[in-house]
Design a protein around this ligand. Structure first.
Ligand code: SAM
Length: 329
């Protein structure tokens, strides 16, 4: 039986609710001008006000991940190869539409989430023309209750804790394990038991020989700030089941090598924000809203990280995909 938490909802329901929160934060930040995303408004009717720290944190998260995915797709395109994106625990993420809008539609784009989330995403996509337009291709999109199959975009209802089922569902949806593939887990793995998230990382590396795995999540939870962060998230009904398994950058990086990947790196979000994102962009976003408490932002950013694993059997140049700039072969 599913555990009921103090909020009177199950742990899965509380985790699903984190997607609504992420979407609302993203909508609010885009309305404020932190980054451009004309699609997120279709997944969230109204954005509640967020503090500048939260919006700057989301800016760093979304910009860094988008930068990495864009480099991956551009690199494969330049090499004359097809490419594939598999976003796990995708929620209402809009990366597919953003890539299409700049002419970088990958050959296949899969999004996986629990059925409660994918059924809602299906409804939004079905009823909003700007979302639906990007699903046009050589055949009309097929809509199920909680899944979509179109020429390039595929929405799959599945549980990441069961890799056998995930493998079956992705194959049924048309995944091609031979294509260069980028996996995205944005604030997802931390909600999954370490044994099961390791299985997922291992499955991805074993089946996709030219691939990258991009993971963003909270970490470094052993200090006072980290303990408060854990407590606040727990109060909303979610356990951060994975947070203690990868408490620092070294363990974040090692999780790929321990699970069969050939290379990996990891960086905390403070470094991303202070050193890796373009300085002129940081000055621009810092002019958007006055930030009273700079220390709070620094603390927040020091408790989130991006980790990346890659296998480059086809020698596409994946070592060059990084946050220092555009990847070149
Ligand atoms: C914090 S939200 C992040 C959503 C999106 N990746 C983003 O960053 O905007 C976490 C998402 O992971 C999904 N998720 C968590 N555990 C999952 C599981 N076992 N299987 C599939 N999806 C899961 C949730 O349903 C939710 O949509």
């Amino acid at each position: 039986m599913a555990a009921i938490c103090s909020e009177g909802i199950t742990e899965d329901e509380a985790i699903i609710a984190t997607n609504n929160d992420a979407t609302s934060c993203k909508r609010y930040a885009t309305e404020k001008g932190y980054w451009r995303d004309e699609f997120v408004k279709h997944f969230c009717k109204k954005a509640e006000r967020k503090s500048p720290e939260i919006s700057r944190g989301y800016y760093a998260r979304v910009t860094a991940l988008h930068n990495l995915v864009t480099q991956f797709v551009s690199l494969t395109k330049t090499a004359g190869l097809k490419s594939q994106v598999i976003s796990l625990g995708a929620g209402f993420d809009t990366t597919y539409w953003r890539l299409c809008s700049v002419g970088l539609q990958p050959t296949n784009y899969f999004e996986v989430d629990l059925a409660t989330v994918t059924s809602k995403k299906c409804q939004y996509i079905k009823t909003k023309l700007p979302l639906l337009d990007a699903l046009q291709g050589s055949h009309d999109p097929l809509f199920g209750v909680d899944e979509i199959n179109s020429t390039h975009y595929h929405l799959v209802a599945g549980d990441l804790r069961d890799t056998e089922q995930l493998d079956r569902k992705l194959l049924a949806a048309g995944v091609d394990k031979k294509l260069p593939t980028v996996f995205i887990t944005e604030c997802v793995l931390v909600y999954i038991e370490p044994k099961l998230s390791s299985q997922l990382i291992e499955w991805a590396g074993k089946h996709f020989s030219t691939s990258m795995f991009l993971n963003y999540e909270p970490f470094n939870a052993n200090d006072t700030f980290g303990q408060v962060m854990k407590k606040n998230i727990k109060a909303r009904g979610c356990s951060l089941l994975g947070i203690d398994a990868c408490p620092d950058l070294e363990s974040q990086q090692r999780r790929y090598l321990n699970n069969g990947w050939s290379a990996s790196w990891a960086v905390d979000m403070d470094t991303v924000y202070q050193q890796l994102l373009p300085a002129d962009e940081i000055s621009r976003v810092e002019r958007l809203e006055f930030l009273d408490e700079g220390d709070l932002l620094t603390q927040l950013l020091r408790h989130y990280c991006i980790s990346v694993g890659y296998n480059d059997k086809n020698d596409v140049g994946l070592a060059g995909v990084n946050l220092h700039g555009t990847a070149h072969r």
